[in-house]
Design a protein around this ligand. Sequence first.
Ligand code: DGL
Length: 262
Amino acid sequence: MGQSIGVFDSGLGGLSVYREIKKLLPGQRIIYFADHKNAPYGTRKEKEIRNLTIRAIEFLKQKSCSPVVIACNTATTGGIDFYRRKFPNISFVGVVPPIKPAAIGSKSKKIVILSTTATSKSKYLKRLIKWFARDCKVWNFGCPELVEAVENGTVDREKTKSMLRRYLDKPLKDGADSIVFGCTHFPFLSKVIKEVSGSGIKILEPSKPVATQVRRIYQNDQRSWSKNVKILDKFYTSGNSRTISQVATKLLKRGINFQNAY
Ligand code: DGL
């Protein structure tokens, strides 16, 4: 077996990134690991997030994964440089909120960032806002309940919509025209967000550029990669694989079978 692409998230949000990588590299095996046992990461401290992420990377390393995509903003903003130093032989691709394109593209210069509690408070995010959105009014919300709605497969319930209204009503009334996702779970809420905020709102999320970056690494390093188009992806979780498979199947609208990681 050649090298596989590793994709890691605390839970199912990383499937939004997985889905885009699969579109660009359909013949490449992807190994997905979700650390449900320790999820959510977004309510944890930075040091804990780093330690858990290191364990996840070790799991994917054992399965010959490189690059490893940290398909979790919380884990990326919490320590991507740290993981790069600790695992010099692995190529990492991280996921961060696309604040720069949002600020450039916003006509009203008013943007909303939805992420986890940890990401919303992180130095990394504050720096991105300072560097790239200085000229914008920014609403920076940590929204752990929205992560939960995706994990429970309850994205289109009325309760989720009213949570979204609670965050979005004021900024929208004030003229915000862009919503930036700082959490990989939230692309699964895009449809509901459009329902709540109207189709004129621009949603920015980084899964496509992340997938393009993974393909770039692939193109630079073709020889060590497997070429078998029939190869099957593998999905591992540290949580309850049966329930998780059901929600994942609903999110990706195709059969996804998680197995227990250990
Ligand atoms: N999907 C993760 C992110 O992008 C975090 C969800 C969580 O565990 O809180 O930040």
